[in-house]
Write a protein that binds this ligand. Sequence first.
Ligand code: 3HC
Ligand code: NAI
Length: 699
Amino acid sequence: MSVTYKLVDDIGVITVDNPPVNALSHAVRQGLVEAIATAQDDSSKAVVIVCAGRTFIAGADISEFGKPPQEPSLPDVMAAVEASAKPVIAALHGTALGGGFELALSCHYRCALGSASVGLPEVKLGLLPGAGGTQRVPRLVGVEAALDMITAGNPVAASEAARLGLIDEVVGEPLQESALAYARGLVAHGAPLRRVRDISIAPDSYSNGQFDAYRARLNKRMRGQEAPQRIVSCIEAAMTLPFDEGLKKERELFIECRESGQSAALRHIFFAERTAPKVVGLSADTAARKVASVGIIGGGTMGGGIAMSFANAGIPVRLLEVSDEALERGLKLIARNYSITVSKGKLSEADAAARQNLITGTTDYQDFAGLDLVIEAVFESMDVKRQVFGQLDKVCKPGAILATNTSYLDVNEIAAATSRPQDVIGLHFFSPANVMKLLEVVRGEQTADDVIATAMKIGKQIRKVPVLARVCYGFIGNRMLRQYAREAQLCMIEGASPEQIDNALTTWGMAMGPLAVGDLAGIDIGYKARQALTDEQKGDPRTYCIADALAEMGRLGQKTGAGYYRYDPETRARSADPEVLEVIEAQATRMGVTRRAISDGEIVDRHILALVNEGFRILEEGIAQRPGDIDVVYVFGYGFPSWRGGPMFYAEQQGLARVYERICQLRDTHGDANWTPAPLLEQLVRENRSLADWVRQPA
Ligand code: 3HC
Ligand code: NAI
């Protein structure tokens, strides 16, 4: 029974118990309606709704979306609760979210533990609150606060929720007893049946232009997304229509959202994020190793950020550098990053100091002797990395996990520098490592199962999204990125400008365009890497000649004030640079390319389908465990729009046959070298199968 009802003296207590998060499944909805009905006919004077387990109801059951709806609907449940002739009190703990918080808003009173939070995160699933949230919240907090809360979807702590008027009372533990006492107090004072629907909104508390102004702001902040715009329409309806008509409007727009491709994509990412850390074929009783202390080698861009990620999770870190000066530089960079976070008001000074104190420096490998996990983040050179791992092999205790943050190098070759390849693994963080959520976990041929299990577990502990990959050049993300970056170079030489390419892709939804990213990372990185290669290894010169020319002019990107763009030295604002067009045209002439007009649609297709085609190869080779993992990599590591679900979901949504056909067209125009369709894509189209039901056969 997921909902039970009992009388405690003169108070009826409804308990929802539907692990893990008490989602409003069909059984819970039905149970709630029945329990409210029972309470109408017994001796109770008031009713308390409380939840078992770790949280109050965390929302509708997302796994039911896409299936035929079953009565009672959520709005029916809300209506039954609100219409109760006896006061209903919601008692909140954990996270009261979405439909769960809407249920609380339908109650006549709300109390919560101080540790609780409430929120309407539907927008993050491409939805809007579809059970009265958009109609009730503005009645409690006003138009602007409601717009901010529901379009952002972030949780609000109990104390803030009480200040805003979203909850009535913050109570202490144990919750049920406090809620019973609160309910008895209300009964003793003859508290009325206070329905949020009856609160009227002062007509002078908002202006007619406010909604259009907000829509325009959202067009910038949440470009391309449909749900936020619909939320504004719902809140506008709450102001301009009677309550029941407002509810009707909300329902209509909710259903539009629920049926939309954007919501399907965001729901896919929600579940893919939670599935990614699960390792196929790992026995359930593989115990993770203990990780209570971490060492990091190299305190540069990545090492410092990785150190912060562990310190932020309360894990002490030893940072090793080549010299005292390099160590001081690394520790100073960390201190600076913490003070920036404090100055932005995101962390208290005391917390920043406590975290920083967890990071201590050394230049002596002996200090790593007792550590549980060591992560190497030195220069991207096989010789240097092998030397570091050789040293680690000498000093680290047996069973210590030895990880490399390499972006491209062969983890097996690095592991072979030790006498314990079973303990070696890749932990590929993304820059800035203390901010970016993606963590590629790269298993070597000999990596032990419990080392993989530990990596996935520790990844979650430091609040990253771990995704498992096998060894290949660039693993999942960077291997695909090479194809995407190649298209940026080719589109430029064939006729597009850097700003046309970047605009086409950001308008489509990418967080940044490839050339702006190139300027941020530094054009010299690829240039230097190419210097070590033969012409044959470098491949088609059209894919790097512009980058090389810019690098040789000293245009290395943001750090030199010029790259594919020019940057204002004061504001860092970016502008197009005619000098770059001259470079592009000169290189086109040199390569015998006649430039032409390229449409934005062609730019988008070529970039995104280059990712997709390589994604299919990665899947087929078993580099990634499942299509959703590739999507998670691109959404959390490369700024791919979550509302398009990641490259593999996007391909599926477009229709694999259509994607295949377009890739064949590109092959016919641009040649086999870059556009041979991936065999797995070809096979699925031939067999008329979808990616969702494809499972890789064990080797
Ligand atoms: N429906 C179905 N399953 C859900 C769920 C939901 N609303 N919320 C969480 N789950 C599942 C997860 O998939 C996961 O399953 P798994 O163990 O099989 O992988 C399990 O519950 C635990 O979830 P988390 O790993 O995310 O647990 P955390 O403790 O880290 O986080 C949480 C808990 C904060 C509640 C987080 O799960 C969350 O944010 N859930 C979604 C909340 C949400 O979006 N609610 C709105 C739903 S839409 C709605 O209510 C529409 C209404 O307005 C009409
Ligand atoms: P970086 O040049 O900023 O820092 C490297 C640091 O390692 C320097 O401080 C250097 O003094 C130190 N170092 C070099 N040799 C050492 C040794 N033998 N012992 C101890 N310290 C040593 O480099 P960055 O960008 O931090 O990259 C480090 C690694 O992370 C590389 O393998 C790189 O490919 C990878 N990586 C880089 C990303 C990025 O965006 N910068 C993203 C993901 C991975």
